[in-house]
Design a protein around this ligand. Structure first.
Ligand SMILES: Nc1nc2c(ncn2[C@@H]2O[C@H](COP(=O)(O)OP(=O)(O)OP(=O)(O)O)[C@@H](O)[C@H]2O)c(=O)[nH]1
Length: 391
Protein backbone atom coordinates (compact mmCIF):
# COMPACT_ATOMS: atom_id res chain seq x y z
CA UNK A 1 0.00 0.00 0.00
CA UNK A 2 1.23 3.54 -0.77
CA UNK A 3 2.27 5.58 2.23
CA UNK A 4 -0.24 8.44 2.01
CA UNK A 5 1.66 11.08 4.10
CA UNK A 6 4.77 10.57 1.93
CA UNK A 7 2.75 10.88 -1.29
CA UNK A 8 1.03 14.03 0.07
CA UNK A 9 4.35 15.64 1.09
CA UNK A 10 6.05 14.85 -2.23
CA UNK A 11 3.07 16.13 -4.23
CA UNK A 12 3.00 19.30 -2.19
CA UNK A 13 6.72 20.03 -2.59
CA UNK A 14 6.96 19.19 -6.31
CA UNK A 15 3.81 21.10 -7.29
CA UNK A 16 4.96 24.12 -5.29
CA UNK A 17 8.41 24.11 -6.93
CA UNK A 18 7.01 23.71 -10.48
CA UNK A 19 4.26 26.26 -9.81
CA UNK A 20 6.69 28.90 -8.50
CA UNK A 21 9.06 28.11 -11.38
CA UNK A 22 6.32 28.83 -13.95
CA UNK A 23 5.24 32.01 -12.11
CA UNK A 24 8.85 33.25 -11.98
CA UNK A 25 9.19 32.68 -15.75
CA UNK A 26 5.98 34.64 -16.24
CA UNK A 27 7.61 37.53 -14.32
CA UNK A 28 10.04 38.19 -17.16
CA UNK A 29 8.35 36.56 -20.18
CA UNK A 30 4.89 38.03 -19.51
CA UNK A 31 3.38 35.04 -21.32
CA UNK A 32 0.01 34.26 -19.71
CA UNK A 33 0.31 30.50 -20.32
CA UNK A 34 3.16 30.40 -17.78
CA UNK A 35 1.07 32.25 -15.21
CA UNK A 36 -1.93 29.91 -15.59
CA UNK A 37 0.17 26.74 -15.55
CA UNK A 38 1.94 28.06 -12.46
CA UNK A 39 -1.38 28.86 -10.82
CA UNK A 40 -2.63 25.34 -11.64
CA UNK A 41 0.28 23.84 -9.68
CA UNK A 42 0.10 26.37 -6.83
CA UNK A 43 -3.70 26.00 -6.33
CA UNK A 44 -3.13 22.24 -6.16
CA UNK A 45 -0.69 22.77 -3.27
CA UNK A 46 -3.29 25.01 -1.56
CA UNK A 47 -5.84 22.22 -1.97
CA UNK A 48 -3.43 19.73 -0.40
CA UNK A 49 -2.67 22.17 2.44
CA UNK A 50 -6.34 22.92 3.22
CA UNK A 51 -7.35 19.25 3.08
CA UNK A 52 -4.37 18.19 5.25
CA UNK A 53 -5.36 20.70 7.95
CA UNK A 54 -8.36 18.40 8.67
CA UNK A 55 -6.15 16.40 11.03
CA UNK A 56 -5.38 19.41 13.24
CA UNK A 57 -8.30 21.85 12.97
CA UNK A 58 -12.07 21.48 12.72
CA UNK A 59 -12.86 24.40 10.41
CA UNK A 60 -14.74 22.77 7.54
CA UNK A 61 -14.98 26.09 5.72
CA UNK A 62 -11.21 25.94 5.17
CA UNK A 63 -10.57 22.20 5.22
CA UNK A 64 -13.53 21.27 2.98
CA UNK A 65 -14.98 24.28 1.19
CA UNK A 66 -11.68 25.94 0.23
CA UNK A 67 -9.96 22.59 -0.38
CA UNK A 68 -12.74 21.67 -2.85
CA UNK A 69 -12.61 25.07 -4.52
CA UNK A 70 -8.85 24.80 -5.04
CA UNK A 71 -9.21 21.23 -6.39
CA UNK A 72 -11.64 22.54 -9.03
CA UNK A 73 -9.50 25.63 -9.74
CA UNK A 74 -6.43 23.50 -10.52
CA UNK A 75 -7.74 21.84 -13.75
CA UNK A 76 -9.44 25.13 -14.69
CA UNK A 77 -6.08 26.95 -14.58
CA UNK A 78 -4.48 24.03 -16.42
CA UNK A 79 -7.09 24.39 -19.20
CA UNK A 80 -6.42 28.15 -19.35
CA UNK A 81 -2.65 27.57 -19.50
CA UNK A 82 -2.95 24.98 -22.27
CA UNK A 83 -5.31 27.21 -24.25
CA UNK A 84 -3.08 30.26 -23.80
CA UNK A 85 -0.23 28.34 -25.49
CA UNK A 86 -2.19 28.91 -28.69
CA UNK A 87 -2.29 32.70 -29.26
CA UNK A 88 -5.44 32.34 -31.41
CA UNK A 89 -7.49 31.22 -28.40
CA UNK A 90 -9.17 34.14 -26.74
CA UNK A 91 -11.80 34.69 -24.07
CA UNK A 92 -10.92 31.72 -21.85
CA UNK A 93 -10.11 33.94 -18.86
CA UNK A 94 -13.67 35.24 -18.52
CA UNK A 95 -15.18 31.78 -19.07
CA UNK A 96 -12.96 30.25 -16.42
CA UNK A 97 -13.64 32.95 -13.82
CA UNK A 98 -17.40 32.51 -14.43
CA UNK A 99 -17.02 28.75 -13.97
CA UNK A 100 -15.10 29.31 -10.74
CA UNK A 101 -17.84 31.59 -9.42
CA UNK A 102 -20.51 28.99 -10.32
CA UNK A 103 -18.44 26.29 -8.57
CA UNK A 104 -18.03 28.50 -5.48
CA UNK A 105 -21.81 29.03 -5.25
CA UNK A 106 -22.66 25.36 -5.83
CA UNK A 107 -20.08 24.24 -3.28
CA UNK A 108 -21.56 26.63 -0.77
CA UNK A 109 -24.97 25.03 -1.34
CA UNK A 110 -23.64 21.53 -0.64
CA UNK A 111 -21.08 22.75 1.91
CA UNK A 112 -20.00 20.13 4.46
CA UNK A 113 -22.26 17.39 3.10
CA UNK A 114 -21.45 14.10 1.35
CA UNK A 115 -22.71 15.65 -1.87
CA UNK A 116 -19.77 18.11 -1.81
CA UNK A 117 -17.12 15.45 -2.45
CA UNK A 118 -19.24 13.71 -5.08
CA UNK A 119 -19.77 17.00 -6.91
CA UNK A 120 -16.07 17.86 -6.75
CA UNK A 121 -14.95 14.42 -8.01
CA UNK A 122 -17.34 14.41 -10.97
CA UNK A 123 -16.61 18.04 -11.91
CA UNK A 124 -12.85 17.47 -11.82
CA UNK A 125 -13.28 14.26 -13.90
CA UNK A 126 -15.14 16.30 -16.55
CA UNK A 127 -12.51 19.06 -16.50
CA UNK A 128 -9.69 16.56 -16.98
CA UNK A 129 -11.50 15.03 -19.97
CA UNK A 130 -11.71 18.53 -21.47
CA UNK A 131 -8.01 19.19 -20.71
CA UNK A 132 -7.17 15.87 -22.47
CA UNK A 133 -9.14 17.03 -25.49
CA UNK A 134 -7.06 20.25 -25.63
CA UNK A 135 -3.79 18.32 -25.30
CA UNK A 136 -4.90 15.90 -28.03
CA UNK A 137 -5.60 18.75 -30.45
CA UNK A 138 -2.58 20.88 -29.55
CA UNK A 139 0.39 20.85 -31.92
CA UNK A 140 3.05 19.98 -29.39
CA UNK A 141 6.40 19.18 -30.87
CA UNK A 142 7.46 16.83 -28.04
CA UNK A 143 5.16 13.98 -29.08
CA UNK A 144 6.21 11.48 -26.41
CA UNK A 145 5.59 13.98 -23.58
CA UNK A 146 2.29 14.99 -25.19
CA UNK A 147 1.10 11.36 -25.14
CA UNK A 148 2.31 10.92 -21.56
CA UNK A 149 0.44 14.04 -20.45
CA UNK A 150 -2.66 12.84 -22.28
CA UNK A 151 -2.41 9.49 -20.50
CA UNK A 152 -1.99 11.23 -17.10
CA UNK A 153 -5.03 13.43 -17.69
CA UNK A 154 -7.26 10.61 -18.92
CA UNK A 155 -6.24 8.34 -16.03
CA UNK A 156 -6.84 11.23 -13.70
CA UNK A 157 -10.33 11.72 -15.11
CA UNK A 158 -10.98 8.00 -14.69
CA UNK A 159 -9.74 7.98 -11.08
CA UNK A 160 -11.92 10.98 -10.20
CA UNK A 161 -14.90 9.35 -11.86
CA UNK A 162 -14.33 6.12 -9.89
CA UNK A 163 -14.00 8.17 -6.70
CA UNK A 164 -17.27 10.01 -7.44
CA UNK A 165 -19.11 6.75 -8.19
CA UNK A 166 -17.78 5.07 -5.02
CA UNK A 167 -18.92 8.02 -2.93
CA UNK A 168 -22.30 7.96 -4.65
CA UNK A 169 -22.90 4.20 -4.28
CA UNK A 170 -24.11 4.15 -0.63
CA UNK A 171 -26.81 6.71 -1.53
CA UNK A 172 -28.19 5.02 -4.61
CA UNK A 173 -27.81 1.32 -3.77
CA UNK A 174 -28.19 -0.91 -0.74
CA UNK A 175 -24.48 -1.83 -0.79
CA UNK A 176 -23.03 -1.53 2.67
CA UNK A 177 -19.29 -1.78 2.07
CA UNK A 178 -16.51 0.23 3.65
CA UNK A 179 -14.66 1.93 0.79
CA UNK A 180 -12.16 3.79 3.00
CA UNK A 181 -9.07 1.91 1.84
CA UNK A 182 -10.13 2.10 -1.82
CA UNK A 183 -10.73 5.83 -1.46
CA UNK A 184 -7.33 6.27 0.18
CA UNK A 185 -5.78 4.48 -2.77
CA UNK A 186 -7.62 6.67 -5.31
CA UNK A 187 -6.44 9.73 -3.36
CA UNK A 188 -2.81 8.56 -3.62
CA UNK A 189 -3.19 7.89 -7.36
CA UNK A 190 -4.86 11.31 -7.78
CA UNK A 191 -1.90 13.02 -6.10
CA UNK A 192 0.68 11.10 -8.11
CA UNK A 193 -1.05 11.75 -11.43
CA UNK A 194 -1.38 15.47 -10.69
CA UNK A 195 2.33 15.61 -9.85
CA UNK A 196 3.34 13.61 -12.94
CA UNK A 197 1.32 15.99 -15.14
CA UNK A 198 3.00 18.97 -13.45
CA UNK A 199 6.44 17.42 -14.09
CA UNK A 200 5.65 16.93 -17.79
CA UNK A 201 4.39 20.47 -18.38
CA UNK A 202 7.79 22.29 -18.45
CA UNK A 203 9.14 19.79 -21.03
CA UNK A 204 6.14 20.32 -23.29
CA UNK A 205 6.08 24.09 -23.01
CA UNK A 206 9.81 24.59 -23.55
CA UNK A 207 10.01 22.12 -26.46
CA UNK A 208 7.24 24.12 -28.14
CA UNK A 209 8.86 27.48 -27.39
CA UNK A 210 12.18 26.26 -28.77
CA UNK A 211 10.48 24.97 -31.91
CA UNK A 212 8.70 28.32 -32.44
CA UNK A 213 11.95 30.26 -31.98
CA UNK A 214 13.74 27.91 -34.36
CA UNK A 215 11.17 28.32 -37.09
CA UNK A 216 11.22 32.11 -36.60
CA UNK A 217 14.99 32.09 -36.99
CA UNK A 218 14.90 29.90 -40.11
CA UNK A 219 11.95 31.40 -42.03
CA UNK A 220 11.61 34.52 -44.12
CA UNK A 221 8.67 36.48 -42.68
CA UNK A 222 7.62 37.99 -46.04
CA UNK A 223 7.30 34.80 -48.10
CA UNK A 224 7.23 32.12 -45.39
CA UNK A 225 9.90 30.27 -47.35
CA UNK A 226 13.11 29.26 -45.55
CA UNK A 227 15.77 31.93 -45.21
CA UNK A 228 19.46 31.42 -45.96
CA UNK A 229 20.11 30.05 -42.46
CA UNK A 230 17.27 27.52 -42.76
CA UNK A 231 18.42 26.47 -46.23
CA UNK A 232 22.02 25.97 -45.06
CA UNK A 233 20.93 23.84 -42.10
CA UNK A 234 18.76 21.53 -44.23
CA UNK A 235 21.18 21.41 -47.17
CA UNK A 236 24.18 20.50 -45.01
CA UNK A 237 22.21 17.65 -43.38
CA UNK A 238 21.05 16.48 -46.81
CA UNK A 239 24.60 16.46 -48.16
CA UNK A 240 26.04 14.71 -45.12
CA UNK A 241 23.47 11.88 -45.51
CA UNK A 242 23.52 11.68 -49.28
CA UNK A 243 25.59 9.03 -51.02
CA UNK A 244 27.19 10.03 -54.32
CA UNK A 245 24.73 7.93 -56.35
CA UNK A 246 21.83 10.29 -55.78
CA UNK A 247 22.09 13.61 -57.59
CA UNK A 248 21.12 16.80 -55.75
CA UNK A 249 20.36 19.88 -57.84
CA UNK A 250 19.97 23.51 -56.97
CA UNK A 251 18.25 26.32 -58.87
CA UNK A 252 19.23 29.89 -58.02
CA UNK A 253 16.57 32.38 -59.12
CA UNK A 254 16.83 36.19 -59.33
CA UNK A 255 14.12 38.62 -60.44
CA UNK A 256 15.21 40.71 -63.43
CA UNK A 257 15.35 44.48 -63.10
CA UNK A 258 13.56 44.34 -59.79
CA UNK A 259 14.80 47.78 -58.80
CA UNK A 260 12.50 49.20 -61.51
CA UNK A 261 9.46 47.61 -59.84
CA UNK A 262 10.30 49.39 -56.59
CA UNK A 263 11.11 52.64 -58.36
CA UNK A 264 7.97 52.69 -60.54
CA UNK A 265 5.32 51.16 -58.27
CA UNK A 266 6.73 51.61 -54.78
CA UNK A 267 8.30 49.34 -52.16
CA UNK A 268 4.96 47.76 -51.17
CA UNK A 269 4.40 46.66 -54.75
CA UNK A 270 7.94 45.22 -54.68
CA UNK A 271 7.11 43.25 -51.55
CA UNK A 272 3.93 41.87 -53.11
CA UNK A 273 5.89 40.93 -56.25
CA UNK A 274 8.40 38.99 -54.13
CA UNK A 275 5.49 37.17 -52.43
CA UNK A 276 3.95 36.43 -55.83
CA UNK A 277 7.19 34.90 -57.13
CA UNK A 278 7.48 32.84 -53.91
CA UNK A 279 3.93 31.53 -54.49
CA UNK A 280 4.89 30.43 -58.01
CA UNK A 281 7.91 28.62 -56.60
CA UNK A 282 5.89 26.94 -53.85
CA UNK A 283 3.17 25.94 -56.33
CA UNK A 284 5.54 24.42 -58.89
CA UNK A 285 7.87 22.53 -56.61
CA UNK A 286 6.65 19.61 -54.55
CA UNK A 287 6.87 19.53 -50.76
CA UNK A 288 10.04 17.43 -51.01
CA UNK A 289 11.90 20.40 -52.59
CA UNK A 290 13.58 22.82 -50.19
CA UNK A 291 12.60 26.35 -51.18
CA UNK A 292 14.19 29.47 -49.73
CA UNK A 293 14.48 33.22 -50.14
CA UNK A 294 18.21 33.77 -49.84
CA UNK A 295 18.45 37.48 -50.62
CA UNK A 296 16.26 40.50 -51.40
CA UNK A 297 14.95 39.22 -54.75
CA UNK A 298 16.89 35.98 -54.87
CA UNK A 299 15.55 32.47 -54.27
CA UNK A 300 17.04 28.97 -54.05
CA UNK A 301 15.36 25.65 -54.77
CA UNK A 302 17.15 22.52 -53.62
CA UNK A 303 16.01 19.27 -55.23
CA UNK A 304 17.25 15.91 -54.01
CA UNK A 305 17.24 12.88 -56.35
CA UNK A 306 17.06 15.32 -59.26
CA UNK A 307 19.37 15.33 -62.30
CA UNK A 308 20.71 18.45 -63.98
CA UNK A 309 18.34 18.02 -66.94
CA UNK A 310 15.30 17.63 -64.68
CA UNK A 311 16.30 20.69 -62.66
CA UNK A 312 16.90 22.90 -65.73
CA UNK A 313 13.56 21.80 -67.17
CA UNK A 314 11.78 22.71 -63.90
CA UNK A 315 13.61 26.05 -63.77
CA UNK A 316 12.57 26.80 -67.30
CA UNK A 317 8.92 25.98 -66.52
CA UNK A 318 9.09 28.38 -63.58
CA UNK A 319 10.61 31.09 -65.79
CA UNK A 320 7.84 30.66 -68.40
CA UNK A 321 5.04 30.53 -65.79
CA UNK A 322 6.22 33.84 -64.32
CA UNK A 323 6.78 35.49 -67.69
CA UNK A 324 3.44 34.39 -69.18
CA UNK A 325 1.24 35.39 -66.27
CA UNK A 326 1.64 39.08 -65.42
CA UNK A 327 1.50 40.13 -61.82
CA UNK A 328 -1.40 42.44 -60.88
CA UNK A 329 -0.96 45.11 -58.26
CA UNK A 330 -4.13 47.16 -57.78
CA UNK A 331 -4.77 48.59 -61.26
CA UNK A 332 -1.26 47.88 -62.48
CA UNK A 333 -0.13 44.92 -64.52
CA UNK A 334 3.55 44.30 -63.95
CA UNK A 335 5.49 41.93 -66.19
CA UNK A 336 8.09 40.13 -64.12
CA UNK A 337 10.89 37.99 -65.49
CA UNK A 338 13.49 35.85 -63.82
CA UNK A 339 16.96 34.52 -64.53
CA UNK A 340 18.19 31.24 -63.10
CA UNK A 341 21.42 29.31 -62.64
CA UNK A 342 21.22 25.53 -62.19
CA UNK A 343 23.85 23.11 -60.87
CA UNK A 344 23.87 19.45 -59.92
CA UNK A 345 26.10 17.56 -57.50
CA UNK A 346 28.74 15.30 -59.00
CA UNK A 347 32.24 14.21 -58.18
CA UNK A 348 33.48 17.82 -58.45
CA UNK A 349 30.68 19.43 -56.48
CA UNK A 350 30.09 17.13 -53.55
CA UNK A 351 29.51 19.86 -50.93
CA UNK A 352 26.59 22.24 -50.69
CA UNK A 353 28.94 25.22 -50.74
CA UNK A 354 30.51 24.24 -54.06
CA UNK A 355 27.09 23.42 -55.58
CA UNK A 356 25.77 26.81 -54.51
CA UNK A 357 28.81 28.55 -55.92
CA UNK A 358 28.42 26.74 -59.29
CA UNK A 359 24.73 27.74 -59.52
CA UNK A 360 25.58 31.31 -58.52
CA UNK A 361 28.19 31.56 -61.28
CA UNK A 362 25.60 30.36 -63.82
CA UNK A 363 23.06 32.83 -62.53
CA UNK A 364 25.65 35.55 -63.01
CA UNK A 365 26.15 34.41 -66.58
CA UNK A 366 22.37 34.54 -67.16
CA UNK A 367 22.31 38.09 -65.82
CA UNK A 368 25.25 39.29 -67.84
CA UNK A 369 24.13 37.71 -71.10
CA UNK A 370 20.66 39.19 -71.44
CA UNK A 371 18.54 37.89 -68.47
CA UNK A 372 15.21 35.98 -68.72
CA UNK A 373 17.05 32.69 -69.19
CA UNK A 374 18.19 29.53 -67.42
CA UNK A 375 21.87 28.62 -67.50
CA UNK A 376 22.80 25.10 -66.51
CA UNK A 377 26.26 24.57 -67.93
CA UNK A 378 29.42 26.42 -67.09
CA UNK A 379 31.44 27.86 -69.89
CA UNK A 380 34.97 29.13 -69.93
CA UNK A 381 33.76 32.05 -71.91
CA UNK A 382 30.88 34.19 -70.62
CA UNK A 383 29.40 34.16 -74.11
CA UNK A 384 28.33 30.59 -73.54
CA UNK A 385 27.25 28.09 -76.13
CA UNK A 386 23.64 28.20 -77.28
CA UNK A 387 23.08 24.63 -76.06
CA UNK A 388 23.08 25.65 -72.41
CA UNK A 389 20.73 28.58 -72.74
CA UNK A 390 17.01 27.94 -72.52
CA UNK A 391 14.87 30.81 -73.66
N1 LIG B 1 10.32 45.78 -52.16
C1 LIG B 1 11.43 45.16 -51.81
N2 LIG B 1 12.56 45.39 -52.48
C2 LIG B 1 13.68 44.73 -52.15
C3 LIG B 1 13.70 43.82 -51.08
N3 LIG B 1 14.95 43.32 -50.96
C4 LIG B 1 15.69 43.91 -51.92
N4 LIG B 1 14.93 44.75 -52.65
C5 LIG B 1 15.31 45.59 -53.78
O1 LIG B 1 15.70 44.78 -54.86
C6 LIG B 1 16.47 45.61 -55.73
C7 LIG B 1 17.60 44.80 -56.32
O2 LIG B 1 18.23 45.61 -57.20
P1 LIG B 1 19.50 45.18 -58.03
O3 LIG B 1 20.40 44.32 -57.16
O4 LIG B 1 20.10 46.42 -58.60
O5 LIG B 1 18.99 44.23 -59.13
P2 LIG B 1 17.85 44.36 -60.23
O6 LIG B 1 17.30 45.74 -60.34
O7 LIG B 1 16.87 43.27 -59.95
O8 LIG B 1 18.65 44.05 -61.53
P3 LIG B 1 19.22 42.65 -61.98
O9 LIG B 1 19.22 41.72 -60.83
O10 LIG B 1 20.63 42.96 -62.43
O11 LIG B 1 18.37 42.19 -63.07
C8 LIG B 1 16.95 46.81 -54.91
O12 LIG B 1 16.30 47.96 -55.34
C9 LIG B 1 16.50 46.48 -53.50
O13 LIG B 1 16.11 47.63 -52.79
C10 LIG B 1 12.49 43.60 -50.36
O14 LIG B 1 12.41 42.83 -49.41
N5 LIG B 1 11.39 44.29 -50.76
Amino acid sequence: MLHLPTVISLSFILNLIIGLYFVSIYQYKKQTSFLYLGLACVTFTFAILCASLRVIIAWPFITHYFASLFIIACPLFLIMGLKALNPLNKGTCRQVSSLLIVAAVFLLAVYNTAAEQILVSLTVAGLFVYASYIVLNARFIAKLQQRMLLLCLLLHALVMLIQGVLLLLPFVTAINFNFTSVLQFTLSVHLMLATSAALLLPFLVFANTEHTLNSLANRDPLTQLLNKRGLNAIANTLFSKNNAEHPISIIMVDIDFFKRVNDEYGHDAGDEAIKWIAQHIAALFSKSAVTARVGGEEFAILLSHCTLNEAQSAANTLRKNIKNKPFSYFDNTICLKISAGVACSNTHTSSFKSLLSAADKRLYIAKTTGRDKVIYESAQNPFISKKSVCT
